[in-house]
Design a protein around this ligand. Structure first.
Ligand SMILES: *[C@@H]1O[C@H](CO)[C@@H](O)[C@H](O)[C@H]1NC(C)=O
Length: 362
């Protein structure tokens, strides 16, 4: 073979390789352009740090497995959304609203706040300041939508087009039970409503909140059900279980809520034109309930309202073997499992009608 030809072939091949790797790089775009997070401490990544509340964790051992250390994430490492954002192909996590700057907002914001609930008063009397779901939407998201509109040269059509493509994650409701209905010393809701009537109020509020998000341009919703809140070490310690593995009344609340949220999601899929909502169920209680023994908390609890790790206490040495990091929050390993399930599970018991990957690509 003519050596010149050979070398030109080599050049062609290397040019092609460079082009294809550039192409890969160009294609390495996230599956959706933006991701907005609404919720409570399971999702919070620093919004409570400067609030006057017991529900904040910007101290060790929180974040001891996170590259930046303690950030206000209520776990040892990454949260559920950090993992989902990674799975969607984003190159960085969503910034907390409290620290967001400049054009960052175009890619998404995390509004979640520890101890917040669907109801405005949830968390207030026993924990302190928090950013309720209504504030997350009506104040903070609204401000972000105005900022995005400006960044898009005040073009309302381009803005709506952008906002329509984002995923809106909603993970809220546990505190309406744990830091409201089931804290009768601080709140009178349990004297005014049965558990079912109270849950109906929550669902009605949530329905309105989702509609407001829709009015702000949201079309892709990932709505999470509640975990079995009666199985947390703190709940077991506080309420006792009468020989059962978990606190039944708390789980009853979560179960009623989940059935109703699922039905709400299906109704809104029919009622809201061009909206796609999906319901995501956190994996159920593991079969071996003995793991919920109160000793199985990775850190030493007593901080916050009693359920958080004590500041600078020494955590367990193998958190990956634990479900609970503190009295109510999970370890990074558990959040990873929940994220993987929400992203790719294909059975209705965990994602109904579809998983996040499908939601992203609809
Ligand atoms: C959906 O629409 C039906 C029929 O108009 C109505 O009865 C129902 O309350 C709506 N549901 C929600 C959650 O908006």
């Amino acid at each position: 073979m003519n050596p010149n030809l050979k070398s030109s072939k080599l050049v062609t091949i290397s040019v092609l390789l460079v082009l294809s790797s550039l192409q890969n790089w160009a294609n390495a775009k996230p599956e959706v352009p933006c991701y907005f997070i609404f919720g409570d401490s399971m999702s919070d990544n620093g919004n409570n740090n400067n609030l006057n509340t017991l529900a904040k964790v910007n101290y060790l051992p929180y974040g001891n497995a996170f590259p930046e250390g303690p950030t206000g994430r209520f776990t040892n490492g990454r949260t559920l959304h950090d993992f989902i954002v990674e799975l969607l192909g984003f190159k960085r996590y969503m910034p907390p609203f409290s620290q967001v700057r400049g054009k960052d907002v175009l890619k998404g914001v995390n509004y979640a706040s520890g101890s917040a609930g669907i109801l405005d008063e949830t968390g207030k009397n026993n924990m302190g300041a928090r950013i309720s779901m209504n504030q997350q939407i009506l104040q903070n998201h609204r401000a972000v939508v105005s900022k995005i509109t400006k960044d898009m040269w005040d073009d309302p059509i381009a803005t709506q087009k952008h906002l329509n493509k984002c995923i809106y994650s909603i993970q809220i409701g546990s505190n309406d039970y744990l830091n409201n209905y089931f804290k009768p010393k601080f709140y009178d809701t349990s004297r005014r409503h049965t558990l079912t009537a109270f849950t109906n109020i929550l669902i009605q509020q949530l329905s309105q909140q989702l509609r407001i998000l829709y009015d702000y341009g949201a079309r892709k919703f990932a709505v999470y059900g509640l975990p079995m809140i009666g199985c947390t070490p703190s709940a077991i310690l506080e309420f006792g279980t009468n020989g059962k593995p978990c606190v039944d009344t708390l789980n009853e609340g979560a179960t009623i809520f989940n059935e109703k949220v699922k039905s709400l999601v299906h109704q809104l899929n029919m009622n809201l034109t061009s909206a796609k909502l999906t319901y995501l169920n956190p994996p159920g209680v593991p079969v071996d309930l003995s793991i919920f023994a109160k000793a199985e908390v990775c850190c030493e609890i007593g901080g916050g309202g009693g359920e958080l790790c004590i500041r600078d206490s020494r955590p367990c040495s193998s958190p990956e073997k634990y479900i609970f990091w503190d009295g109510v929050h999970l370890t990074e390993t558990q959040y990873k499992m929940i994220a993987e399930s929400a992203y790719s599970c294909t059975i209705p018991s965990c994602a109904s009608p579809f998983n996040i990957q499908k939601l992203a690509n609809l």
